[in-house]
Structure formats: structure tokens, C-alpha cells
Design a protein around this ligand. Structure first.
Ligand code: FES
Length: 100
């Protein structure tokens, strides 16, 4: 641990340093992408936002520090993949795009 430990009630004056090399994903669009998926098939959701095949990976993430997120469809249905790349629900939209 770096620095002295705080005593109870003592204010902390340390700043949290964010890693300047950490990238934020690119917002592909501020809305989900509806995609018809097939049961048992795995899809690779673009997490970096650079893919030209949104919402799925086309390999554009290479060197960005991002990797695609696999999504295995449990049933054949339409799912809503996140387009803003800020969902806390992984590949699927959780409504976070409304706060961007
Ligand atoms: S499109 Fe990203 S949370 Fe809805």
C-alpha cells in the first residue's frame, strides 16, 4: 500500500487517478439494435463501437484494448444488442443509452 492509512473520521485528500491510456468505447448509436438470433448460435457483440457490422464484431477492435463479448442465444428470438456500448448488461441494452 502506498501512503499512510487514514484514521476514522479523517478526511481523505487523495485523488483517484484514472489511467489515461484506458479508452472509452465509441458510441455506435444511442439506441439498441434489434437482431433476430437463432437458438444455440453464438454471436460476438462489438464492445469497442468501431465495427462496421454493428452490433456485431468485424475485427476493428484490434489494438483498442477492447474485445468482443460472446452472446449465446438460448432461444430463437429478437434480442436488443446495445448500440451505445455503455450497457451494464453486457451485450444487451439496459437503457443506459438514455443517459448519454
Ligand atoms: S443501446 Fe446501449 S444501453 Fe441501450
Amino acid at each position: 500500500m502506498n501512503g499512510a492509512a487514514l484514521r476514522s473520521g479523517e478526511p481523505c485528500n487523495h485523488l483517484i487517478q484514472l489511467d489515461p491510456t484506458m479508452n472509452q468505447p465509441t458510441v455506435a448509436q444511442k439506441a439498441p439494435y434489434p437482431v433476430a438470433v437463432e437458438a444455440g448460435k453464438t454471436y460476438f457483440w462489438c464492445a469497442c463501437g468501431q465495427s462496421k457490422s454493428q452490433p456485431l464484431c468485424d475485427g476493428s477492435h484490434k489494438g483498442s484494448g477492447f474485445n468482443p463479448t460472446p452472446f449465446k442465444a438460448e432461444k430463437t428470438a429478437t434480442v436488443y444488442f446495445c448500440g451505445c456500448k455503455h450497457s451494464a448488461n453486457g451485450a444487451l441494452c439496459d437503457g443506459s443509452h438514455k443517459r448519454l
